[in-house]
Design a protein around this ligand. Structure first.
Ligand code: NDP
Length: 255
């Protein structure tokens, strides 16, 4: 018996990185997990196969976010996927994890309106409208978790535009928390610090050590550590926490 038995979860951006670890953890806890991705179908199918091999239930859902019609596509495909696995068209847990970030960032003077619009479309607008649509099928007791970043509390000039999108995402948590409390639905923000998402840079020892220095523990975080925080919020022990900003940066914000 898992604490999330009979629950249905959608994790956006779950083909790789932090989202993959969240999908795996929620599935291990018993949920049927929709593994959303943009274009990397091979990675998404691998995530699903891993979950199924471990005795869990999952299926992949493709939808590029940040383009017109994205939310319709996502929910049409979610509905089709759920129909193959359950007779419920409901969502107990939504994790808004998918996000984009330019690898080296953008110096403040190099931010263009186009880059700004794209970042906002994927990282802020899409989660807002996914949340709005999801709420038509989230029952009482539902859980919504938004994956932000410690960068809303930590100045890195090259991440100004990205951090603005995450600041906007955090507003979804704050204002919806009040709006959703009468329905018994919680919504919270989890803010990772630098977290190994499987990108090649994490295999370079010098780069890894340099990134790790920001954390009080002097190492980068693991995707599983972020998934553990999400699992708490999604599970039965998370029911009295809403509207919260949860620092999952390994003490980076301690200064
Ligand atoms: P990855 O780059 O490893 O994975 C991104 C995921 O999001 C993939 O599944 C990708 O799908 C999907 N995705 C990206 N863009 C889109 C899009 N336009 N439409 C739909 N899906 C999309 O990300 P991380 O694991 O590093 O990050 C996950 C979240 O955590 C993000 O919101 C990020 O901002 C945040 N974060 C990450 C930190 C880190 O150090 N890793 C630190 C702080 C916050 P596909 O595989 O198909 O491309």
């Amino acid at each position: 018996m898992g604490v999330l038995d009979n629950k249905i979860a959608l994790v956006t951006g779950a083909s790789r990185g932090i989202g993959k670890a969240i999908a795996e953890r929620l599935a291990r806890d018993g949920a049927l997990v929709a593994v959303h991705y943009a274009s990397n179908s091979e990675a998404a199918e691998k995530t699903v196969a891993g979950i199924v091999e471990s005795g869990g239930s999952a299926f992949a859902v493709q939808a590029e976010l940040g383009v017109p019609g994205d939310v319709d596509t996502l929910f049409d495909r979610l509905r089709a996927g759920l129909a193959e696995h359950t007779d419920r068209y409901e969502l107990d847990i939504l994790v808004n994890n998918a996000g984009e970030q330019t690898a080296a960032g953008l110096a403040p003077e190099d931010i263009t309106p186009e880059a700004f619009d794209r970042l906002f479309a994927v990282n802020a607008k899409a989660p807002l409208f996914i949340t709005q649509r999801a709420l038509t099928i989230v029952p009482e007791g539902g859980r919504i978790i938004n994956i932000s970043s410690g960068l809303t509390r930590f100045a890195v000039p090259e991440q100004l535009a990205y951090s603005m999108t995450k600041g906007a995402l955090e507003q979804i948590t704050l204002h919806y928390a009040r709006h959703l409390a009468p329905r018994g639905i919680t919504i919270n923000t989890v803010a990772p610090g630098i977290t190994d998402n499987g990108s090649p840079v994490f295999s370079i020892p010098e780069a890894r050590e340099q990134m790790g220095r920001l954390s009080a523990f002097k190492r980068v975080g693991t995707a599983e550590e972020i998934a553990g925080v999400v699992a708490f919020l999604a599970g039965p022990d998370g029911g009295w926490t809403t509207g919260a900003f949860i620092d999952a940066t390994g003490g980076t914000l301690l200064g």
